[in-house]
Ligand binder design. Structure first.
Ligand code: DC
Length: 213
């Protein structure tokens, strides 16, 4: 096995990939990066500067200020920041700047678990392990609604579902690095299984790959 283990996890919003990524990182003692937070950080900086979301030059300036070691999950998890992030994430220059930071993060020993939309396809195309985590939109909306409610915020299932579908549409159909399954990715459908079963399934896939190398 090489010195470095990179686990790339992609999938749509609220598919369970973030929770899975955190558990895998703890289990294999790797660093973890939720790459969605990097686009959220760019969006949050734009909001702080009062910039409109179609200002590409302004977005690029904001992208250059972000520090991947200092992302505040709690603030950045806010729903409206996710919506803004998916608009910022369609900008090619912003993506290039952010991807460079993500690659530098991944390459530091002993490796890392990165989760997002384009990890196996663009950010870490040579990752030893690639997982694609999916789940039916209704199940993802149910999970996201619960998550928002558990933070003490208001959430309506139908509105969350519509929002997720709109976000999927944007993530799947953009020209720059759309969400797609990498050719060599293992698909994990979590619609009918909980996080423990998904974690077990992922471990089996990873251990087989690591043992072989
Ligand atoms: O996973 P999330 O909801 O935190 O992501 C926010 C937005 O960022 C999402 O709509 C798509 C974008 N994103 C991306 O384009 N590429 C990634 N690797 C991660 C997120």
């Amino acid at each position: 096995m090489s010195e470095q283990l990179i686990i790339a996890i992609d999938g749509p919003a609220a598919s369970g990939k973030g929770t899975l990524a955190r558990r895998l990182a703890a289990h294999y003692r790797l660093r973890h990066l939720d790459t969605g937070l990097s686009y959220r950080a760019v969006a949050a900086e734009m909001i702080a500067r009062g910039l409109p979301f179609d200002d590409e030059a302004g977005a690029l300036e904001c992208a250059r200020t972000i520090d991947l070691g200092d992302l505040d999950r709690e603030t950045l998890s806010r729903h409206e920041i996710g919506e803004a992030a998916s608009r910022v994430a369609i900008m090619p220059e912003v993506r290039r700047a952010v991807v460079e930071l993500q690659q530098a993060f991944a390459e530091k020993p002993p490796g890392a678990v990165l989760d997002g939309r384009d990890i196996g396809t663009v950010v870490c195309p040579d990752a030893a392990v690639k997982l694609y985590v999916s789940a039916a939109p209704e199940e993802r909306a149910r999970r996201r609604t619960e998550e928002i409610l558990s933070r003490g915020e208001a959430a309506d299932f139908q509105a969350v579902l519509e929002d997720l579908k709109r976000r999927d549409e944007r993530d799947l159909n953009r020209t720059e690095s759309p969400l797609r399954v990498a050719d060599d990715a293992h698909i994990l459908d979590t619609t009918d299984i909980g996080i423990d079963a998904a974690f077990q399934a992922a471990r089996e896939i990873i251990d087989t790959i690591v043992d072989r190398s």
